[in-house]
Structure formats: C-alpha cells, structure tokens
Design a protein around this ligand. Structure first.
Ligand code: FE2
Length: 139
C-alpha cells in the first residue's frame, strides 16, 4: 500500500471523498503487483489498472470542475485547479509504455511514486481549499 485514506483527506463532500478513495484503491492495486517483486510478466495487469485510473481521473476532474462552476468558486482558484488537472493528464500521457513493458518494476515504482505524491498534494493542498469553500458556503 502506497497511499492510505486518512481523515485529513476529507474535502467535506462525500462524492469527492469517494472518488479520491477509489483513485487510492487503484494506485494500491498497482502497488500490490509491484510488491510481488517476482519475475513474472505483469505488463497487461499494470496497463489495465493504469488505463482505468487515467479514465477515472478524467471523470473525477470533470466532476470537480462542474462543482466549481455550480458553487460559484472563484475564478483564480478554479484556474489553479484546471491547471493541476491538465498537468496530471499530460504527465500520465507522457509515461512511456515501452519502458513499462521492458523495465516493468522500476517504471511502475516511479509511476506509483508520482501518482501517490500527486494525489496527496492534490487533495491536501488543492481540493481541501475547495472543500473549505464548500463548507463555508453551504448551510
Ligand atoms: Fe480531486
């Protein structure tokens, strides 16, 4: 397990929290494969989870972006969020699948390191700000 849910991750919105938990589950599924640390070929499994996570991230980001609009979140913070989301999608798209196939464990470890750090920062620094805004602005 490389990332574990904690109360500090709560963004005061049940749907956003559930989506973050699901992303953590996917990251941890990849970690489980890496932790096997065997010589078997895990490319197909790794790729399947990785692709599922990419798709889910797109869904999650669009959910958040819709909420920014609906809740009247300020444009400065909305821009920061959208920039973060694009950065994640670009980074994930730039991961070399040839490396993931040829050098599976090292590449997967690097990917996991990036994903877990990114999600931790995304939640604690970026989404929490929106969560506090939601909390202050809902009755
Ligand atoms: Fe998020």
């Amino acid at each position: 397990m490389v990332i574990k849910w904690k109360d500090a991750y709560s963004c005061y919105d049940p749907a956003i929290d559930e989506q973050h938990k699901k992303m953590m589950d996917m990251i941890n599924q990849m970690a489980e494969i890496v932790e096997l640390n065997d010589d078997a070929d895990h490319y197909d499994e790794l790729l399947e989870i990785f692709n599922a996570l990419k798709d889910y991230a797109v869904y999650h980001f669009s959910h958040e972006e819709k909420m920014f609009e609906e809740s009247g979140y300020d444009s400065f913070n909305t821009k920061i969020q959208i920039h973060e989301h694009k950065g994640f999608i670009n980074k994930v798209a730039s991961i070399n699948l040839y490396d993931l196939d040829e050098n599976q464990m090292d590449t997967a470890r690097n990917v996991l390191d990036f994903l877990s750090r990114w999600l931790d920062h995304h939640i604690l620094v970026i989404d929490k700000k929106f969560g506090s805004f939601l909390e202050e602005n809902t009755i």
